[in-house]
Ligand binder design. Sequence first.
Ligand SMILES: Cc1ncc(COP(=O)(O)O)c(C=O)c1O
Length: 463
Amino acid sequence: MDGTFKDNDYSKVVDADRAHVWHHLIQHKGFETGEPKMIIEGKGIKVWDQHGKEHTDAVSGGVWTVNVGYGRESIANAVRDQLVKMNFFGGTTGSIPGALFAEKLITKMPGMSRVYYANSGSEANEKGFKIVRQIAHKRYGGKKHKILYRDRDYHGSTLATMSAGGQDERNAQYGPFAPGFIRVPHCMEYRKHEQDGAPEENYGVWAANQIEEVILREGADTVGALCLEPVTAGGGVITPPEGYWERVQEICKKYDILLHIDEVVCGVGRTGVWFGYQNYGIKPDIVTMAKGVASGYAAISCCVTTEEVFDMFKDDPSDPLSYFRDISTFGGCTAGPAAALENMRIIEDENLMANTLDMGARMMGNLQALSEKHAVIGDVRGKGLFIGAELVSDRGTKEAMDEKMVGAVVADCMAQGVIIGATNRSIPGRNNTLCFSPALIATADDIDHITDAVDQALGSVFG
Ligand SMILES: Cc1ncc(COP(=O)(O)O)c(C=O)c1O
């Protein structure tokens, strides 16, 4: 793969990028003297930059997306074949891949039944919020409209999803936000010492009970839904404590609150099962997904509901306002579901979820072994190939490591040709977790290569 483009001169492309592209989530001043990194080609778990340098990608395209790896010709062919036959028609009508992918997806989600197509994770979440708001109007005179979200969770970059955003540094300077979104406390056991009243025992039940307290304070008759990530991603790779989800489910049932699960990161195999919520026996009403649905080969997101939720939108055909009056133009693109179908076939045929469990256990073991050697690793947590290592300057006090030092570890790995991630501009003073989410095709050698680079980087940065 490498070598085919090494002789090419990408300087013109780099100049064009530097002159005209506004990159995501990055301060551009540095590009006035340095150059932006460009990824030119990918195969499997490897990518090559504009200088032909090879990297092992431990973060699936930077943001937990390319679950089946790069260079999948069968997905490209499925998309191409679909596009020449029928590329787009607005979503009031159906399409062959749209119908077939919805049918296949639902077989992986017992209890769920309807798929609403959109383009991004943010957009899918907004669909979920609009469904909740409309149900409030249809059933409860508009009163049961509040949407609860959790400290440290993230649901997207639009203003409504940021209104449900539990990451204060990410939200800073973008307010004011939309009303009717109410925060509940996080459930991060490692940092329970920072939460007033958190007990030593049964922390998970206590953390869930904090949600009930918010519901009672707000008035249960005003709360329509609770939106949560099964495992929090950018907020620190937070796995739920024992007993948490059982209690959350009980609380939702008790107060007639819809449970909206954001599977944008966890969905489609990342945690070693189809959906993260399936690890915890959760019965959601609304599930949203995006990134791994088509592994970035096409833009697609889905907002999936139960038949019970769906039925509420066809109960009164005589009322012209009673159905879900929402549209997403590009939700009618057929490339997304065509790519998603083939993506799902690959995961099944190549047994990638079993590999995710095996390789996830290997990576977790390697990182835990590193924590014996490097005192800066305060905690290692995760599920499947979705793992975080939180760095601290003092294990006893759990003082968060200075994020510049965390950045230095990421940069050192990059210099070694291994791309890892770190929580970024997310929680003030707490952007101290290294993030790992290699493609589900990762081999034992890939995993060892990644953790060896981390070992070396920690040694170089902290001695
Ligand atoms: C949990 C979660 N939900 C939603 C989103 C938003 O997805 P998108 O960037 O596709 O809008 C993200 C993006 O990182 C995410 O991590």
